[in-house]
Design a protein. Sequence first.
Length: 255
Amino acid sequence: MTAEVRRAAGARGGAADPPRLVALIPAAGGGSRFGSALPKQYADLGGRPLLLRTMERLAAALELDATAVALAPDDVFYDSVVGPRDGVDALRCGGASRAESVANALAALGSRCGDDDWVLVHDAARPCVPVDALRRLVFELADDAVGGLLAVPVADTLKREDRETPARILRTEDRSGLWCAQTPQMFRYGVLRAAFARPGALAATDEAQAVEALAATGACSRPWLVTGSALNIKVTYPGDLALAAAILAAQENAA
Ligand code: C5P
């Protein structure tokens, strides 16, 4: 859906001051599925730490007013592996879950963000997000009052497992209208704070889910899906590093 259609659908526009664009990178995970003593955000990806690759990708694609990185309070790697960087605030506010890390970082940003400012939450573990997808997200949502996220339509056939007989198919699910959520997820700061202030919000597995719950109360409209990219993989297992490195190399060659 185009930005024009969204405007016609009731989105807001014409704020006096242009909203700021703040990147928030949750990077407080221990990476248990990654299975390494070094959390995955610090893993070597073609000679540079994964988190740094992610930060550089966002900075190369977008005109960011600020970047905040949510780190575990006991993180002992950031200072030596990434180190101080212009325009980047390292917030040692990570929580037990991704949602908690994001909610804590939003609270920490309180003095620096107005309700209309945009917060672009992006997983440290997605270093390959294409520049054009990032710009599309920001362009398509620019005049919206709430926000949305990058996502891709489900391409594979979906099988429901029979819980009583693991690995046996119960049925095939209808995939029409289903999308896989990615990051960045870009929302107005005030919307995100209100969404995460609600009971149960910390159980959300992404920001959009928390905003959807807020929208269900009538407090705001529902988030938008903006077409992302299959290249925007999330590094989850050690084997994903080689795939991410290959994608980055192909992107760098094409640039
Ligand atoms: O573990 P997973 O890949 O789903 O984590 C997604 C992102 O959320 C990662 O960048 C990870 O560092 C971050 N995270 C966090 N705080 C947690 C758990 C995950 O910031 N407690």
